[in-house]
Design a binder for this molecule. Sequence first.
Ligand SMILES: [Fe+2]
Length: 351
Amino acid sequence: MPLRTYYTCVHSSAQRAAQEWPHTRRAEKEELVNGTTRASAHSINHFALNVRDLAEALRFVTAFGLVGRQMTGEIALTTAHDDHLWARLIGASATSLGYMSFGCAAGDLDALRRQALAAGAPMASPAPGAGTGGFWIADPDGNLLQVKPAVSTQPTSKTALPDGSVPAGVAGVGGRSGAKRVTPQRLSHVLLFTPDVERMICFYQRALGLNLSDRSADIIAFMHAPHGCDHHLIAFAKSSAKGWHHSSWDVPRVEDVGLGAMQMRKAGYGEQWGVGRHVLGSNYFDYVRDNGGAWWEYSCHIDYVPAGMQWVAGDHPPEDSFYLWGPDVPPTFIENTEAVASNQTSPMDAS
Ligand SMILES: [Fe+2]
């Protein structure tokens, strides 16, 4: 499928109006123009992903270079570099988002709760096993969100790419057998399918105080926290239904992206897209698909928005939004398995 079809789906104004939730966009724009200062979540603390086969999920994440710890009915996911719980993989009938847990400063919690209520978010019960810290809400797509005081998981500055150059007279590469196993350092971001990208932008601005980084029409949008953050910690892509697309994991070198791709092919996970370089976010990438249909991204050197900086959000033409270079996009990369499962046809799939 040509890339262009990914971006040519459009949302009718009638459909959009029917899904207006819960405030008018005019009110949203007025508030933004007036420069209302909002409290903001600063990072994704962790996420819960429902998976069909826990044993297979453990095999996948281990091959990917993460650390999975088998618990009763779930896998606790950390990196090889620290003990932070980045994800819970929970046994279920199919892949879907369980919940997203956002971290905030303790002093911002009450303001965030007020913002969420003002944005019309219904309060929700905590997910089983997730604890009771902070508060729980649902976003316009019905995704379950937790907001809780936590230490930020975002870096405080952009890490420079290591200088891989070597002087004349020195071999730049040792033996292939000596290549180190790739072990991602941290979660960078997640991407969700949504039936209404605009509605999600409005909600995450109003309720969680996130800022728009860049977008391409109503097809895809990227959002960051204003406290110092990767170009995006959450992104939304247009589909006919909500759904989980990918989680992205930071590695320090471009070479780690390539080595990770090889590491996964060697482990039997050959359904990939990459190696390449994105335009919006600028990161080098390789995506690997697990057996449940979810994508996992090795990401390197993503753009960074320093604390307090006003990143100028662009609305980019589709042909200049996706990737600078890389292999052709495999058709399955834009497949929303949750839409397929519910017998709904994605506009992206149908176009
Ligand atoms: Fe990504």
